[in-house]
Design a protein around this ligand. Structure first.
Ligand code: CP
Length: 320
Protein backbone atom coordinates (compact mmCIF):
# COMPACT_ATOMS: atom_id res chain seq x y z
CA UNK A 1 0.00 0.00 0.00
CA UNK A 2 3.00 2.36 0.44
CA UNK A 3 3.13 3.28 -3.26
CA UNK A 4 -0.52 4.28 -3.42
CA UNK A 5 -1.28 7.74 -4.76
CA UNK A 6 -2.61 10.22 -2.25
CA UNK A 7 -6.16 11.50 -2.69
CA UNK A 8 -5.22 14.87 -1.19
CA UNK A 9 -5.99 17.60 -3.73
CA UNK A 10 -6.98 15.06 -6.37
CA UNK A 11 -9.71 15.64 -8.94
CA UNK A 12 -12.29 12.84 -9.18
CA UNK A 13 -13.11 13.00 -12.87
CA UNK A 14 -13.25 9.44 -14.17
CA UNK A 15 -13.04 5.84 -12.99
CA UNK A 16 -10.63 5.13 -15.84
CA UNK A 17 -7.79 6.26 -13.64
CA UNK A 18 -8.89 4.49 -10.44
CA UNK A 19 -6.76 1.56 -9.33
CA UNK A 20 -8.01 -1.51 -7.51
CA UNK A 21 -6.53 -0.56 -4.11
CA UNK A 22 -7.98 2.93 -4.40
CA UNK A 23 -11.51 1.55 -4.66
CA UNK A 24 -10.97 -0.33 -1.42
CA UNK A 25 -9.41 2.68 0.26
CA UNK A 26 -12.50 4.75 -0.55
CA UNK A 27 -14.81 1.93 0.64
CA UNK A 28 -12.90 1.69 3.89
CA UNK A 29 -13.21 5.45 4.57
CA UNK A 30 -16.92 5.30 3.72
CA UNK A 31 -17.25 2.52 6.30
CA UNK A 32 -15.45 4.65 8.90
CA UNK A 33 -17.67 7.68 8.32
CA UNK A 34 -21.08 6.16 7.59
CA UNK A 35 -22.08 6.23 11.26
CA UNK A 36 -22.69 9.99 10.97
CA UNK A 37 -25.42 9.36 8.40
CA UNK A 38 -26.72 6.25 10.16
CA UNK A 39 -27.10 8.08 13.46
CA UNK A 40 -28.23 11.32 11.81
CA UNK A 41 -25.53 13.24 13.64
CA UNK A 42 -23.12 15.84 12.34
CA UNK A 43 -19.42 15.73 13.17
CA UNK A 44 -16.58 18.24 12.78
CA UNK A 45 -14.10 16.57 10.43
CA UNK A 46 -14.49 19.24 7.71
CA UNK A 47 -15.52 22.14 9.89
CA UNK A 48 -12.96 24.50 8.32
CA UNK A 49 -13.81 23.56 4.72
CA UNK A 50 -16.36 24.72 2.15
CA UNK A 51 -17.92 22.73 -0.66
CA UNK A 52 -19.02 24.55 -3.78
CA UNK A 53 -21.71 22.83 -5.86
CA UNK A 54 -21.90 23.96 -9.50
CA UNK A 55 -24.80 22.10 -11.10
CA UNK A 56 -25.57 23.01 -14.70
CA UNK A 57 -28.06 20.15 -15.07
CA UNK A 58 -30.91 18.92 -12.83
CA UNK A 59 -30.14 16.55 -9.98
CA UNK A 60 -31.95 15.26 -6.93
CA UNK A 61 -29.57 12.68 -5.47
CA UNK A 62 -26.08 13.65 -6.50
CA UNK A 63 -26.17 17.29 -5.45
CA UNK A 64 -28.13 16.75 -2.26
CA UNK A 65 -26.14 13.67 -1.20
CA UNK A 66 -22.89 15.61 -1.73
CA UNK A 67 -24.22 18.59 0.21
CA UNK A 68 -25.61 16.31 2.94
CA UNK A 69 -22.21 14.61 3.21
CA UNK A 70 -20.52 17.99 3.71
CA UNK A 71 -23.07 19.02 6.36
CA UNK A 72 -22.68 15.67 8.14
CA UNK A 73 -18.95 16.37 8.46
CA UNK A 74 -19.50 19.89 9.79
CA UNK A 75 -18.42 21.64 6.58
CA UNK A 76 -19.98 24.58 4.76
CA UNK A 77 -21.84 24.47 1.47
CA UNK A 78 -22.64 27.04 -1.20
CA UNK A 79 -23.37 26.86 -4.87
CA UNK A 80 -25.96 26.92 -7.61
CA UNK A 81 -28.33 24.35 -9.03
CA UNK A 82 -29.73 26.49 -11.82
CA UNK A 83 -27.02 27.85 -14.06
CA UNK A 84 -29.61 30.16 -15.70
CA UNK A 85 -29.28 32.31 -12.59
CA UNK A 86 -25.52 32.66 -13.11
CA UNK A 87 -23.59 34.49 -15.81
CA UNK A 88 -22.87 31.12 -17.46
CA UNK A 89 -26.57 30.82 -18.22
CA UNK A 90 -27.53 34.33 -19.30
CA UNK A 91 -26.52 36.79 -21.98
CA UNK A 92 -22.82 36.41 -21.21
CA UNK A 93 -22.55 32.60 -21.42
CA UNK A 94 -19.48 32.87 -19.20
CA UNK A 95 -16.88 30.21 -19.93
CA UNK A 96 -15.97 27.32 -17.65
CA UNK A 97 -12.51 28.81 -17.26
CA UNK A 98 -13.74 32.22 -16.07
CA UNK A 99 -16.44 30.69 -13.88
CA UNK A 100 -14.06 28.30 -12.18
CA UNK A 101 -11.51 31.06 -11.59
CA UNK A 102 -14.22 32.65 -9.44
CA UNK A 103 -15.48 29.49 -7.76
CA UNK A 104 -12.04 28.46 -6.56
CA UNK A 105 -11.92 31.60 -4.39
CA UNK A 106 -15.21 30.74 -2.73
CA UNK A 107 -14.63 27.14 -1.66
CA UNK A 108 -12.11 24.36 -1.08
CA UNK A 109 -13.60 21.72 -3.38
CA UNK A 110 -15.94 22.00 -6.37
CA UNK A 111 -18.61 19.39 -7.17
CA UNK A 112 -19.74 19.92 -10.76
CA UNK A 113 -22.50 18.48 -12.95
CA UNK A 114 -22.59 19.64 -16.55
CA UNK A 115 -24.35 18.78 -19.81
CA UNK A 116 -21.09 18.93 -21.75
CA UNK A 117 -18.93 15.83 -21.63
CA UNK A 118 -15.50 16.83 -20.32
CA UNK A 119 -16.68 20.05 -18.62
CA UNK A 120 -15.45 18.98 -15.12
CA UNK A 121 -12.08 18.03 -16.67
CA UNK A 122 -11.93 21.46 -18.27
CA UNK A 123 -12.78 23.01 -14.87
CA UNK A 124 -10.03 20.97 -13.22
CA UNK A 125 -7.49 22.50 -15.62
CA UNK A 126 -8.22 25.95 -14.23
CA UNK A 127 -9.16 25.29 -10.59
CA UNK A 128 -6.55 25.21 -7.86
CA UNK A 129 -8.95 23.14 -5.71
CA UNK A 130 -10.15 19.58 -6.37
CA UNK A 131 -13.02 19.11 -8.83
CA UNK A 132 -15.45 16.22 -8.42
CA UNK A 133 -17.32 15.14 -11.55
CA UNK A 134 -20.96 14.68 -10.58
CA UNK A 135 -21.98 13.63 -14.10
CA UNK A 136 -20.86 15.18 -17.42
CA UNK A 137 -23.20 14.78 -20.38
CA UNK A 138 -23.09 11.18 -21.54
CA UNK A 139 -19.49 10.97 -20.23
CA UNK A 140 -19.04 9.55 -16.73
CA UNK A 141 -20.58 9.53 -13.26
CA UNK A 142 -17.77 8.38 -10.97
CA UNK A 143 -19.34 9.21 -7.58
CA UNK A 144 -22.49 7.26 -8.48
CA UNK A 145 -20.58 4.20 -9.58
CA UNK A 146 -18.29 4.32 -6.54
CA UNK A 147 -21.52 4.27 -4.53
CA UNK A 148 -22.81 1.32 -6.57
CA UNK A 149 -19.63 -0.71 -6.21
CA UNK A 150 -19.49 0.12 -2.49
CA UNK A 151 -23.08 -1.15 -2.15
CA UNK A 152 -22.16 -4.32 -4.06
CA UNK A 153 -19.03 -4.86 -1.96
CA UNK A 154 -20.98 -4.40 1.26
CA UNK A 155 -23.51 -6.97 0.12
CA UNK A 156 -21.21 -9.65 -1.31
CA UNK A 157 -18.01 -8.88 0.66
CA UNK A 158 -16.12 -8.89 -2.65
CA UNK A 159 -16.30 -7.55 -6.19
CA UNK A 160 -14.41 -10.46 -7.71
CA UNK A 161 -16.22 -13.35 -9.31
CA UNK A 162 -19.42 -11.34 -9.87
CA UNK A 163 -21.45 -11.05 -13.07
CA UNK A 164 -23.09 -7.67 -13.56
CA UNK A 165 -26.07 -7.42 -15.89
CA UNK A 166 -25.99 -3.86 -17.23
CA UNK A 167 -29.36 -3.04 -18.77
CA UNK A 168 -30.51 0.24 -20.26
CA UNK A 169 -28.96 2.95 -22.34
CA UNK A 170 -25.27 2.14 -22.87
CA UNK A 171 -24.58 5.73 -23.89
CA UNK A 172 -25.30 6.60 -20.28
CA UNK A 173 -22.55 7.96 -18.03
CA UNK A 174 -23.08 5.42 -15.27
CA UNK A 175 -22.64 2.57 -17.75
CA UNK A 176 -19.34 4.05 -18.92
CA UNK A 177 -18.01 4.44 -15.39
CA UNK A 178 -19.03 0.96 -14.23
CA UNK A 179 -17.53 -0.75 -17.27
CA UNK A 180 -14.26 1.16 -16.83
CA UNK A 181 -14.23 0.18 -13.14
CA UNK A 182 -14.67 -3.50 -14.03
CA UNK A 183 -11.16 -3.46 -15.52
CA UNK A 184 -9.84 -3.61 -11.94
CA UNK A 185 -11.82 -6.66 -10.82
CA UNK A 186 -12.60 -10.22 -11.86
CA UNK A 187 -16.06 -9.13 -12.99
CA UNK A 188 -17.98 -9.89 -16.15
CA UNK A 189 -20.52 -7.53 -17.71
CA UNK A 190 -23.65 -8.78 -19.46
CA UNK A 191 -24.74 -5.85 -21.60
CA UNK A 192 -28.39 -5.54 -22.68
CA UNK A 193 -29.63 -2.48 -24.58
CA UNK A 194 -31.67 -1.40 -27.60
CA UNK A 195 -29.52 -1.28 -30.78
CA UNK A 196 -29.75 2.51 -30.99
CA UNK A 197 -28.41 2.80 -27.43
CA UNK A 198 -25.51 0.37 -27.76
CA UNK A 199 -21.91 0.88 -26.68
CA UNK A 200 -20.14 3.20 -29.10
CA UNK A 201 -17.30 1.61 -31.13
CA UNK A 202 -14.69 3.93 -29.58
CA UNK A 203 -15.87 2.99 -26.10
CA UNK A 204 -15.76 -0.73 -26.96
CA UNK A 205 -12.19 -0.25 -28.19
CA UNK A 206 -11.29 1.30 -24.84
CA UNK A 207 -12.88 -1.59 -22.95
CA UNK A 208 -10.95 -4.09 -25.07
CA UNK A 209 -7.74 -2.19 -24.46
CA UNK A 210 -8.40 -2.45 -20.71
CA UNK A 211 -9.26 -6.18 -20.85
CA UNK A 212 -12.78 -5.58 -19.56
CA UNK A 213 -14.78 -8.80 -19.81
CA UNK A 214 -18.27 -8.28 -21.19
CA UNK A 215 -20.79 -9.92 -23.51
CA UNK A 216 -23.65 -8.31 -25.38
CA UNK A 217 -26.95 -10.14 -24.87
CA UNK A 218 -30.31 -9.57 -26.57
CA UNK A 219 -32.62 -9.36 -23.56
CA UNK A 220 -32.69 -9.39 -19.79
CA UNK A 221 -34.64 -12.63 -19.90
CA UNK A 222 -31.79 -14.39 -21.70
CA UNK A 223 -29.14 -13.67 -19.08
CA UNK A 224 -30.78 -12.70 -15.77
CA UNK A 225 -30.19 -16.22 -14.43
CA UNK A 226 -26.42 -15.60 -14.59
CA UNK A 227 -26.44 -12.19 -12.90
CA UNK A 228 -25.30 -11.43 -9.36
CA UNK A 229 -25.94 -7.72 -9.80
CA UNK A 230 -28.66 -6.27 -12.03
CA UNK A 231 -27.55 -2.72 -12.82
CA UNK A 232 -30.28 -0.64 -14.43
CA UNK A 233 -30.79 2.58 -16.34
CA UNK A 234 -33.89 3.68 -18.28
CA UNK A 235 -34.15 3.30 -22.03
CA UNK A 236 -36.96 5.86 -21.95
CA UNK A 237 -34.29 8.43 -21.61
CA UNK A 238 -33.61 12.16 -21.41
CA UNK A 239 -31.05 13.85 -23.64
CA UNK A 240 -28.00 14.27 -21.41
CA UNK A 241 -26.40 16.77 -23.77
CA UNK A 242 -29.07 19.33 -22.82
CA UNK A 243 -29.00 21.56 -19.77
CA UNK A 244 -32.60 20.49 -19.21
CA UNK A 245 -34.97 18.12 -20.99
CA UNK A 246 -38.63 18.90 -20.32
CA UNK A 247 -41.25 16.17 -19.83
CA UNK A 248 -43.53 15.47 -22.78
CA UNK A 249 -46.44 13.10 -23.39
CA UNK A 250 -44.95 10.78 -26.03
CA UNK A 251 -41.94 9.49 -24.11
CA UNK A 252 -42.84 5.91 -25.01
CA UNK A 253 -42.57 2.75 -22.94
CA UNK A 254 -39.79 0.32 -22.16
CA UNK A 255 -39.85 -2.86 -24.30
CA UNK A 256 -40.03 -6.08 -22.24
CA UNK A 257 -36.45 -6.99 -23.22
CA UNK A 258 -35.13 -4.15 -21.05
CA UNK A 259 -37.46 -4.43 -18.05
CA UNK A 260 -37.01 -6.20 -14.73
CA UNK A 261 -40.31 -7.34 -13.27
CA UNK A 262 -41.34 -9.30 -10.21
CA UNK A 263 -42.36 -12.20 -12.40
CA UNK A 264 -39.03 -12.32 -14.22
CA UNK A 265 -37.20 -12.22 -10.90
CA UNK A 266 -39.36 -15.02 -9.52
CA UNK A 267 -39.04 -17.21 -12.62
CA UNK A 268 -35.46 -16.66 -13.73
CA UNK A 269 -33.19 -14.62 -11.42
CA UNK A 270 -30.64 -16.02 -8.99
CA UNK A 271 -32.17 -15.98 -5.53
CA UNK A 272 -29.13 -14.07 -4.27
CA UNK A 273 -29.05 -11.38 -6.98
CA UNK A 274 -29.41 -7.71 -6.15
CA UNK A 275 -30.85 -4.85 -8.20
CA UNK A 276 -29.13 -1.47 -8.32
CA UNK A 277 -30.56 1.57 -10.08
CA UNK A 278 -29.01 5.01 -9.85
CA UNK A 279 -32.53 6.49 -10.26
CA UNK A 280 -34.68 8.24 -11.36
CA UNK A 281 -36.55 5.32 -12.94
CA UNK A 282 -39.18 5.13 -15.61
CA UNK A 283 -41.21 1.96 -16.27
CA UNK A 284 -38.20 -0.38 -16.62
CA UNK A 285 -38.34 -1.13 -12.90
CA UNK A 286 -41.94 -1.31 -11.66
CA UNK A 287 -42.47 -0.10 -8.07
CA UNK A 288 -43.72 -3.51 -6.93
CA UNK A 289 -40.13 -4.80 -7.27
CA UNK A 290 -39.28 -2.55 -4.28
CA UNK A 291 -40.85 -5.09 -1.97
CA UNK A 292 -38.70 -8.01 -3.20
CA UNK A 293 -35.49 -9.23 -1.55
CA UNK A 294 -33.55 -8.17 -4.68
CA UNK A 295 -34.11 -4.43 -4.30
CA UNK A 296 -31.02 -2.62 -3.05
CA UNK A 297 -31.51 0.82 -4.63
CA UNK A 298 -32.65 2.57 -1.45
CA UNK A 299 -29.63 1.20 0.42
CA UNK A 300 -27.59 2.34 -2.57
CA UNK A 301 -29.06 5.85 -2.24
CA UNK A 302 -28.18 5.94 1.47
CA UNK A 303 -24.67 4.76 0.67
CA UNK A 304 -24.39 7.73 -1.66
CA UNK A 305 -24.04 9.99 1.39
CA UNK A 306 -21.36 7.78 2.99
CA UNK A 307 -19.45 7.64 -0.31
CA UNK A 308 -19.50 11.42 -0.75
CA UNK A 309 -18.32 11.85 2.87
CA UNK A 310 -15.40 9.57 2.02
CA UNK A 311 -14.49 11.39 -1.19
CA UNK A 312 -14.72 14.87 0.34
CA UNK A 313 -12.61 13.82 3.34
CA UNK A 314 -10.00 12.18 1.14
CA UNK A 315 -9.55 14.98 -1.41
CA UNK A 316 -9.52 17.59 1.39
CA UNK A 317 -6.90 15.63 3.32
CA UNK A 318 -8.96 15.08 6.47
CA UNK A 319 -8.36 11.31 6.28
CA UNK A 320 -5.73 9.14 4.61
N1 CP B 1 -28.34 9.07 -9.75
C1 CP B 1 -28.34 10.38 -10.08
O1 CP B 1 -27.36 10.87 -10.68
O2 CP B 1 -29.44 11.03 -9.71
P1 CP B 1 -29.66 12.60 -9.84
O3 CP B 1 -29.70 12.90 -11.33
O4 CP B 1 -30.94 12.89 -9.14
O5 CP B 1 -28.48 13.28 -9.21
Amino acid sequence: MTDMRSFLGRDILSLKDFERDEFFQVFSVADELRHYAEKRRNGDLLTSKTLLTAFYQPSTRTRLATEAAMHRLGGHVLGFSDAKMTRAGDFYQESIKDTVHMLEYYGDVIAMRHFQQGAPAEAAKWASVPVINCGDGWGEHPTQVLTDLYTTWKHFGTLDGLRVLCVGDMRMRTMHSILYAMSQFDMEGLVVCPPEMSLLPEFKAELDERNVMYREVESVEKCIAEADVIYMEPVVQADYTKSRDEAHDDKGQTPAAYKVTRQLLRDKAKRTSIILHSLPRMDELPPDVDATRHARYWFEAFNGVAMRMALLSLVLGAVE
